[in-house]
Design a protein around this ligand. Structure first.
Ligand code: PMP
Length: 363
């Protein structure tokens, strides 16, 4: 049978070991006589699953004690409303929120936040992260929102160059949905980090929010109670029923990550996988990439066939080889290979082999 490699941007590939364990535990979790799906979220079994997931994520990302980790529902997009509703209240109303626009997801965040606050686009590009010296920040802004990996456009912040270290005194909010746990980060530099689960964490339906404690408790009156970060934090994500099965799978992924060597090891692998793919694309006249080299995403690699009339043949040939979901997002076209933590380097190598083969047969 052809080996399948799934390059979907999300929901995305999960570690096979995790899926196998979930299958083995599906009908009877640890002798409880129940599936995790059937357990009360307030019972001792699920509480132990929840606490282990929280503890492991805290360990993996070295989350300081003065930060809360929330497991919420609503996905990444809901946070575009919930973060203004929870954080803008620290300033006189209407507050101003600064944004760095680097692609489709930060654009969506800007549009949604404008319902709740004044928005200022401090810098804008869809093929690079504008240099910090050009950011036009608003004095007294509630916070600065950035999407540190643009899943559609393939633009990733290069933290090594000092982003966001030099933004001292500015409250940073980061959408890390599509690269969380793929590189080491210094959580203490951020006021809030959020991520939908369906790329590097687990199934869709869980959203992780990591928020500094002193930012809780100032939600605007319009904020729904179930999405008031303080209520969620005070109730350990059980103010309402949390997405229990998703949290369980996320917990298994966290255990898998620890067994593999943690985030530092994921970063090492991500660098190797991305290099393999970008080197192949750069070496060919048949394909092109459009993102500034210093901001190329290690997770989402958009690329284009120079002759777009061959797109369908490319995708059909890829599918025949078990290389799935390579079609680019409809808003930008072309191709996109998402190579998250659970994508083995063998999958990237299989893609590179196919890229070369297709270019020489069709070029
Ligand atoms: N932010 C980023 C960076 C994303 O990639 C996505 C989903 N692809 C979202 C936000 C939106 O997430 P959701 O569909 O879970 O609302």
């Amino acid at each position: 049978m052809t080996h399948i490699y799934n390059f979907s941007a999300g929901p995305a590939v999960l570690p096979k070991e995790v899926l196998a364990q979930a299958a083995a535990e599906m009908l009877d979790w640890h002798g409880s006589g129940m599936s995790v799906m059937e357990m009360s979220h307030r019972g001792p079994e699920f509480i132990s699953i929840y606490k282990a997931a929280e503890r492991d994520l805290r360990e993996l990302l070295a989350v300081p004690d003065n930060y809360k980790i929330l497991f919420m529902q609503g996905g990444g997009l809901s946070q575009n409303a919930l973060i203004p509703l929870n954080l803008a209240g620290h300033k006189p109303q209407p507050a101003t929120i600064d944004f760095i626009h680097t692609g489709s997801w930060s654009a969506k965040s800007i549009k949604e936040a404008a319902k709740y606050a004044n928005v200022n686009v401090a810098a804008s590009s869809a093929t690079s992260v504008p240099p910090q010296s050009e950011w036009k920040l608003t004095p007294g802004a509630a916070y600065l929102h950035m999407c540190t990996n643009e899943t559609i456009d393939g633009v990733e912040y290069d933290f090594d160059s000092g982003v966001p270290a030099s933004q001292e005194g500015v409250l940073l909010v980061a959408d890390m949905s599509s690269h969380i746990l793929s590189r080491r980060i210094d959580v203490s530099k951020y006021g809030l980090i959020f991520a939908g689960a369906q790329k590097n964490i687990g199934p869709a339906g869980v959203t992780i929010v990591i928020v500094r404690e002193d930012l809780l408790g100032k939600a605007l009156p319009a904020c729904p109670s179930a999405f008031d970060f303080k209520l969620v934090a005070d109730n350990e994500s059980m103010y309402n029923t949390p997405p229990t099965y998703g949290i369980y799978i996320a917990g298994l992924v966290f255990q898998w990550l620890k067994q593999q060597g943690g985030v530092a090891e994921m970063e090492r692998r991500a660098i190797a996988k991305a290099k393999l793919l970008y080197d192949a694309l750069d070496a060919s006249d048949f394909y092109e990439t459009r993102v500034a080299k210093s901001n190329r995403s290690r997770m989402n690699v958009p690329f284009y066939l120079k002759d777009e009339s061959k797109n369908e043949a490319f995708l059909a040939g890829a599918k025949a080889r078990g290389l799935l979901q390579l079609k680019g997002h409809k808003s930008v076209g072309g191709m996109r290979a998402s190579i998250y933590n659970a994508m083995p380097i063998e999958g990237v190598q299989a893609l590179v082999d196919y890229l070369n083969e297709f270019a020489s047969s069709a070029g």
